[in-house]
Structures are given as structure tokens and as C-alpha cells.
Design a protein around this ligand. Structure first.
Ligand code: HEM
Length: 116
């Protein structure tokens, strides 16, 4: 921690660029993943983005998630089984999807119609 203009500044290195954060600043992965300079049409769900590897969901470098492979495998299996079991599933009409969370973006509820 260093002082700059009387304020406490935490300096970190991010991708070889030196950024200075005032003490108490929180880095927001959610926001970084929606950076239009980094991702074209950032709010569109696109699991096939050409630069998908740039997302920060699982952290980076020294802060990389140790459970990343397990988590992505679990998500892959869960979604695959769900879609196989309910191939006609669709979003329930007239139910708003409310997103929340600063560190991890998630929806509070996701209503679907199974259409069995
Ligand atoms: C979708 C699920 C998950 C997401 C989005 C996620 C995300 C993250 C992120 C962003 C970090 C870095 C935090 C930091 O800035 O220091 C992290 C660290 C970590 N995660 Fe995950 N994680 C997930 C699931 C898991 C699972 C399933 C496990 C274990 C079975 C796990 C174990 C860890 C551990 C041990 C660390 C600390 C790594 C270290 O500091 O050396 N995570 N995770």
C-alpha cells in the first residue's frame, strides 16, 4: 500500500499495465466480462465467442480458480442432461429475469416451461 495525494493507493499489475486503485476499490469481474472494448455485443449470451478464453469468470494467473475444470464439467453435464430430458423447455412468458450480483452475475429466479 502506498500514499498518493494523501490517499491510500493499492497498486497492482494487470496484463503488464500498472493500474492504481484507491484503497477500498473492488474489482468487478462481472463488469470486466461486459466490457465492449473487449467483447463485441457484450450483453449477448454467446458460448461460441472467438475470444471466450478472455473472460475473467474464473480469475486469472495467480488468482485462477482451482475448481475451474470441475465447475465447467459440472455445468456442461447439468445443461446437457436438462436439455435432453426436457427438449421443449422454454423461458416462461411474462416472468421477468432479474439479474443480480456484483462479483458473480446470476439471476434470482429463472422460470421455465418444461412442455413435456
Ligand atoms: C461456476 C463456478 C465457479 C466460479 C465462477 C469460480 C470462480 C472463482 C474465481 C473468480 C476465483 C478467484 C478469486 C480471486 O480473485 O482470488 C476462484 C478461486 C478459487 N476457486 Fe473457484 N469458482 C467456481 C467453482 C469452484 C469449485 C467447484 C471449486 C472447488 C471444487 C473452486 C475452488 C476454488 C479455489 C480453491 C480457489 C482459490 C484459488 C487460489 O487462490 O489459489 N471453485 N474461483
Amino acid at each position: 500500500m502506498t500514499k498518493l495525494g494523501g490517499r491510500e493507493i493499492l497498486s497492482i499489475y494487470l496484463r503488464a499495465r500498472r493500474l492504481l486503485f484507491e484503497n477500498g476499490t473492488a474489482a468487478c469481474i462481472t463488469s470486466a466480462n461486459h466490457d465492449p472494448k473487449q467483447f463485441r455485443d457484450p450483453d449477448r449470451f454467446d458460448p461460441h465467442r472467438e475470444n471466450l478464453a478472455s473472460i475473467l469468470t474464473f480469475g486469472r494467473n495467480a488468482h485462477m480458480c482451482l475448481g475451474r475444470n470441475l465447475a465447467t464439467r459440472e455445468i456442461d453435464v447439468a445443461l446437457r442432461v436438462l436439455c435432453e430430458r426436457f427438449p421443449n423447455m422454454e423461458l416462461a412468458p411474462h416472468r421477468e429475469v432479474v439479474f443480480a450480483g456484483t462479483q458473480f452475475r446470476t439471476c434470482e429466479e429463472l422460470w421455465v416451461r418444461l412442455n413435456r
